[in-house]
Design a protein around this ligand. Structure first.
Ligand SMILES: Nc1ncnc2c1ncn2[C@@H]1O[C@H](COP(=O)(O)OP(=O)(O)OP(=O)(O)O)[C@@H](O)[C@H]1O
Length: 376
């Protein structure tokens, strides 16, 4: 049998996706060499971004498997090396795709990423659970999704997504861990153990700004921010740092909760942001006999959507009602959101339906440069 061609070997390596950067390793300048030796043996040298790359084993395994699939290959050996500073600089340049040196890519006039800041009036209404489930449901639809856990004091997203891995640093660029196809960054990944974060407003603002500037999310369709409960410093920072972010308000059916949540949504009037909708969580509990119990009363979501419509003077819809479900809590504890662990449950279906609404909301193309060039 003929030795496999260089082209075939490179094509095989092009199917290997870097787990953090989510692009083929051949596009990232990570393949130093690949060559066919005698007797069907092939050898590749792959460059890692940094020496301690936590995903070195995954990359080796995937590259070996891809090469073994090429016709005529009987044995593949993949050696690892590390990029030089120059190669890393080239990689960063390539990732940025010519966009300005620093700055928040989501504010770029050509950015098509829809940014949703998930807010609630008070804690414990399920804002973080809703955020991770919406993210996973949107990713399952094939969208490119990221989460910024901006709940600096009460970060819980890494746990809910089952992430224990730390972000990789490539010089000043931070590569977010990926779980369930969602890129996630959280302050929880930068503090040791379960230490409390005791930062004041300006520190919070800087942390958030760094997340948005230095974390490489790549092209995202949707970025979700899990805000801390209430209308504090972070909500205002988000409005300043991401003026295009739309607010999604999570509340419960309780009238009192709707009152507090209204304040979280009404902040949009001051900041000039849009309210993308209201999500009612913990709407009811289905009992073993099939009847339903309204543990927290009823109607809060509807009332909140109506009131916010008046306050912000634009239509605000109730996007969905999510029932209480033990599996939702269990999924959170296990790091596997219910939309993935029990997709047929009523709670997962409600979350998936909300994600579907968010996925099809039109993205404003007005004023965007479409990058179309005329054929000669
Ligand atoms: N629909 C639901 N059914 C059952 N349990 C739920 C539901 N929604 C949330 N929970 C549980 O309620 C608790 C609070 O949820 P979560 O942490 O998502 O709220 P939160 O609003 O983000 O809270 P905080 O902002 O205070 O961090 C968690 O234990 C979660 O598993």
């Amino acid at each position: 049998m003929n030795a496999p061609s260089q082209q075939a070997l490179l094509a095989a390596l092009a199917t290997v996706i870097d787990p953090e950067l989510r692009r083929p390793i051949t596009d990232l300048g990570m393949v130093e060499t690949v060559e066919a030796l005698d007797g069907g043996r092939v050898r590749a040298v792959v460059r890692l971004t940094i020496a301690g790359c936590p995903l070195r084993e995954t990359i080796t395994k995937d590259a070996t498997a891809a090469l073994m699939k090429v016709d005529g290959v009987t044995d593949a050996s993949v050696e690892l090396t590390v990029m030089t500073a120059e190669q890393r600089a080239e990689l960063k340049e390539r990732l940025k795709g010519g966009s300005p040196e620093r700055g928040i890519p989501f504010n770029d006039e050509n950015s098509l990423t829809r940014v949703y800041a998930v807010a609630s009036g008070k804690g414990g209404v399920g804002k973080s659970s809703v955020t991770v489930n919406l993210a996973c449901a949107l990713a399952a639809r094939g969208l490119r999704v990221g989460i910024v856990d901006a709940d600096i004091y009460g970060f819980s997203v890494p746990g809910l997504m089952g992430i224990t891995q730390n972000p990789t640093r490539v010089d000043e660029m931070i590569l977010p861990p990926v779980a369930h196809d969602v890129k996630v960054i959280s302050i929880g990944m930068f503090v040791a153990g379960n230490q409390p974060v005791a930062w004041r407003g300006p520190m919070l603002h800087r942390a958030l700004e760094q997340f948005l500037t230095d974390v490489y999310f790549g092209d995202l369709d949707i970025l979700l921010l899990d805000l801390p409960p209430g209308t504090g410093d972070v909500a205002i920072s988000v409005a300043q740092l991401l003026p295009k972010a739309e607010i999604l308000v999570v509340s419960t059916p309780q009238a009192a909760a709707a009152d507090v949540a209204e304040r979280a949504g009404a902040i949009a009037v001051q900041t000039g942001q849009k309210v993308a909708g209201v999500i009612e969580n913990m709407s009811f509990l289905t009992l073993p006999d099939g009847s339903t119990m309204e543990v927290f009363g009823s109607g809060g979501g509807e009332i909140l959507a109506k009131r916010l419509t008046q306050t912000v003077n634009a239509p605000v819809d109730l996007l969905g009602q999510i029932p209480l479900d033990v599996a939702l809590r269990e999924g959170g504890d296990a790091g596997l959101p219910i939309v993935l662990s029990e997709p047929s449950s009523a709670a997962a279906q409600a979350l998936t339906a909300i994600a579907a609404k968010l996925a099809v909301r039109p993205r404003g193309l007005a004023g965007l440069k479409l990058g179309v060039t005329l054929a000669d």
